[in-house]
Design a binder for this molecule. Structure first.
Ligand SMILES: Nc1ncnc2c1ncn2[C@@H]1O[C@H](COP(=O)(O)OP(=O)(O)OP(=O)(O)O)[C@@H](O)[C@H]1O
Ligand SMILES: [Mg+2]
Length: 341
C-alpha cells in the first residue's frame, strides 16, 4: 500500500546538517494499523509529515498505490492529500468554527456541494460519537471530544490512509482508550490504513498490528506487535516493552505509603530482559552489608528475560548502599532512586 524506500530528510541548522530521517525503508500494508514508537527526537513526526509531504523529502521515494508522491506537482499533491487524512496531538482545530463547520471545512475546500456536505458531516458526526455537539465550539469541548472532531475532519474526504501523530498524548488514560477504540472501529468499518506515532507501548499494544521502533531517524526494529513484545531484539525496544509491565509513574504518591521508612534508600529497579534476574536481590544482600526489603513489584518473565519493576528499600551503610546500586546498574537493571536519607 505505502512503499517507502531510502527516505531521508536533512535539515540545515546553522552550519550543521541534521538528518531527522535517515535512509528509511519500509512497507505499510493496506488496512493495517502500523505503529511507530520512539523517544523524543527520534524523527517520528518528521517521518509521518514526509508521508503527505508536509515536509519535503531530501531523498527517497514514497509510493502510494503505484504513484510516487515525491514526484507529484502541487495540483496532483493537493488531490492526493485528500486521500491522506491526518490528526495531531493538539487537535489543530479552527477555534472560531463550530464542530459542524470544522468537519465541513475540508469538504468546502474540495468544493463539495452544500447539500452533500451537510449529509456527509452528519454521517461523520454520528460515526465519531459527537451527536448533539454540532453547534459547540472547540473551547466548549473536552480533549477527547476535540480529538473526535479532528478524526471526523480527517475522514471527510474518504481518505485511504490516516496519519496520527501522538493522537492521545494530551489525553487521560480513559479518554485515550476511548479514542483508540474509535480508531480501531474506523479502521475496520472503512478498511482504513492507519499510521500511528506514539511514545507509549500501551498504545501500540492496544491497537497496532505491526510496530516499528524508531531511533536516530531510522527504524531499528520492525515486526508484528506481538512478536516484538515477546522477542524484542534491540535494547531500545526492550525499554519500550518494559513499559508494559511498569504501571504509569506514580512518583511521590507511591512513596506516601512508605513515610515510616526513615533510613537507607527507596529505589525502583527496572528490569527489561537480558541477563538480569530476580536472584540478584539475594545475591547483593549477601555480597554487601545491606538489607533489601521488597515494597511492591510487578515482574513478568518472557523468553527474552524478566520485564517489570520492583520498588525496594535498601537499608545499611551509605557506602554499601552505593555499591549495591552500582552492582544493579552493571547487571542491566536501571535504577531510579526515589528517596533517601
Ligand atoms: N524544522 C526543523 N529544522 C531543524 N531540525 C529539525 C526540524 N524538525 C525536526 N528537526 C530535528 O529532527 C530531529 C527529529 O525531530 P522530530 O520532531 O521528527 O522528532 P520526534 O521523534 O517527533 O520527537 P517528539 O517525540 O519530541 O515529538 C530532532 O533532532 C529535531 O531537532
Ligand atoms: Mg513528534
Amino acid at each position: 500500500m505505502i512503499h517507502i524506500q531510502n527516505l531521508t530528510k536533512r535539515y540545515q541548522v546553522g552550519s550543521e546538517v541534521v538528518s531527522a530521517v535517515q535512509d528509511l525503508s519500509v512497507q505499510i500494508n493496506k488496512g493495517e494499523i502500523f505503529g511507530v514508537i520512539g523517544f523524543s527526537g527520534a524523527g517520528k513526526s518528521t517521518f509521518i509529515r514526509l508521508l503527505n509531504r508536509l515536509e519535503e523529502p531530501s531523498e527517497g521515494s514514497i509510493v502510494l498505490k503505484n504513484r510516487d508522491i515525491t514526484t507529484l506537482n502541487s495540483r496532483e499533491l493537493r488531490h492526493t492529500r485528500q486521500k491522506i487524512g491526518m490528526i495531531f496531538q493538539h487537535f489543530n482545530l479552527l477555534w472560531s468554527r463550530t464542530v459542524f463547520e470544522n468537519i465541513s471545512f475540508p469538504l468546502e475546500i474540495a468544493k463539495v456541494p452544500k447539500r452533500e456536505r451537510k449529509k456527509k458531516v452528519q454521517t461523520l458526526i454520528d460515526l465519531v460519537g459527537l451527536s448533539g455537539k454540532e453547534n459547540s465550539y472547540p473551547s466548549q469541548l473536552s480533549g477527547g471530544q476535540k480529538q473526535r472532531v479532528g478524526i471526523a475532519r480527517a475522514l471527510a474526504n474518504n481518505p485511504e490512509v490516516l496519519l496520527c501523530d501522538e493522537p492521545t498524548s494530551a489525553l487521560d488514560p480513559q479518554t485515550t482508550d476511548d479514542i483508540l477504540e474509535l480508531l480501531v472501529d474506523i479502521n475496520q468499518k472503512l478498511n482504513l490504513t492507519i499510521v500511528l506515532i506514539t511514545h507509549e507501548m500501551h498504545v501500540i499494544q492496544k491497537i497496532c498490528d505491526r510496530v516499528a521502533v524508531m531511533e536516530n531517524g531510522t527504524f531499528i526494529e520492525v515486526g508484528e506487535a506481538e512478536e516484538v513484545f515477546h522477542h524484542p531484539k534491540q535494547k531500545t525496544t526492550r525499554r519500550f516493552v518494559q513499559q508494559l509491565a511498569h504501571p504509569a509513574e506514580k512518583t511521590n504518591l507511591e512513596l506516601d505509603g512508605f513515610k515510616h521508612i526513615n533510613s537507607g534508600k527507596i529505589v525502583r529497579l527496572n528490569f527489561f530482559g537480558g541477563d538480569a534476574d530476580g536472584l540478584i536481590i539475594g545475591e547483593v544482600s549477601s555480597k554487601y552489608h545491606v538489607h533489601i526489603n521488597l515494597l511492591e513489584g510487578n515482574l513478568t518473565r518472557r523468553e527474552s528475560g524478566l520485564y517489570g519493576s520492583l520498588l525496594v528499600h535498601i537499608d545499611g551503610d551509605d557506602h554499601e548502599i552505593k555499591k549495591t546500586i552500582t552492582y544493579f546498574k552493571t547487571s542491566s537493571i536501571s535504577v531510579e532512586v526515589k528517596s533517601g536519607a
